[in-house]
Ligand binder design. Structure first.
Ligand SMILES: [Zn+2]
Ligand SMILES: [Zn+2]
Length: 222
């Protein structure tokens, strides 16, 4: 199991560090409370961190809401809200970008097309009210049935080298255990040939596809 707890802890610590610079003192408690709701949600924590690092329009305001405007193929069009403003944020596994404010609508042609809108007007028509966009719920993104690391779906093979892949020889973490060296009779893996040979041996032994049960647990969390 790779250590998700540590990643989460680090993300939270980074956000905590940003808060005093990003929001006025009287809003810090609200910002912290919001942060606590997503303390185990790596996706949301990354969104929150990016918000405080970017501070759209240079407004120093606490983030109090994340809503989902659109979602398709693991791409999210989110609405990040403070008590006074709403910002569009487009996010996928790799990161996200701010697309402007709610009252300006969406004008990026590619984004509109991706979410099946024919024009900025049709987007506006379909999204009239902030309140109609559903709330993002903690961990919803983490609960999807795909490998949290390499992104393959259940019962598919991981990308070779994915830290979630289970070793078919010892049942441990394939990218960490010693089996690959033992199988090839070498001290280290360096060249292409070694990798190919390993892949062959893995195939023969039978690689273990992704299953939901391999999801890293949060046992290291306090
Ligand atoms: Zn994987
Ligand atoms: Zn092993």
């Amino acid at each position: 199991m790779f250590d998700t707890g540590k990643i989460l802890q680090k993300l939270r610590a980074e956000i905590e560090l940003l808060l005093p610079f990003a929001v006025p003192e009287e809003e810090i408690d609200v910002a912290r409370e919001f942060l606590a709701r997503f303390k185990k949600d790596e996706f949301a924590l990354n969104v929150i961190k990016d918000y405080y690092m970017t501070l759209p329009e240079a407004r120093e305001e606490a983030l109090v809401d994340i809503r989902v405007v659109e979602e398709k193929e693991r791409v999210f069009l989110l609405l990040l809200s403070t008590n006074r403003h709403h910002y569009f944020y487009l996010a996928n596994d790799e990161g996200g970008i701010f697309l402007g404010e709610w009252h300006e609508g969406i004008h990026d042609k590619q984004v509109l097309k991706f979410f099946d809108y024919s024009s900025p007007e049709s987007f506006e028509k379909a999204n009239k009210d902030v309140e109609n966009c559903r709330e993002y719920s903690a961990l919803e993104r983490m609960d999807e049935d795909v490998c949290p690391s390499c992104g393959v779906k259940s019962s598919m093979l991981h990308t070779l080298g994915c830290p979630v892949e289970v070793c078919p020889w010892c049942g441990g973490q394939l990218s960490r255990c010693n089996c690959r060296f033992e199988q090839l009779g070498v001290e280290e893996l360096s060249d292409e040939t070694g990798l190919e040979e390993l892949e062959e041996k893995l195939q023969k032994k039978g690689r273990i596809p992704y299953a939901k049960s391999q999801r890293p647990t949060f046992m290291t969390e306090e």
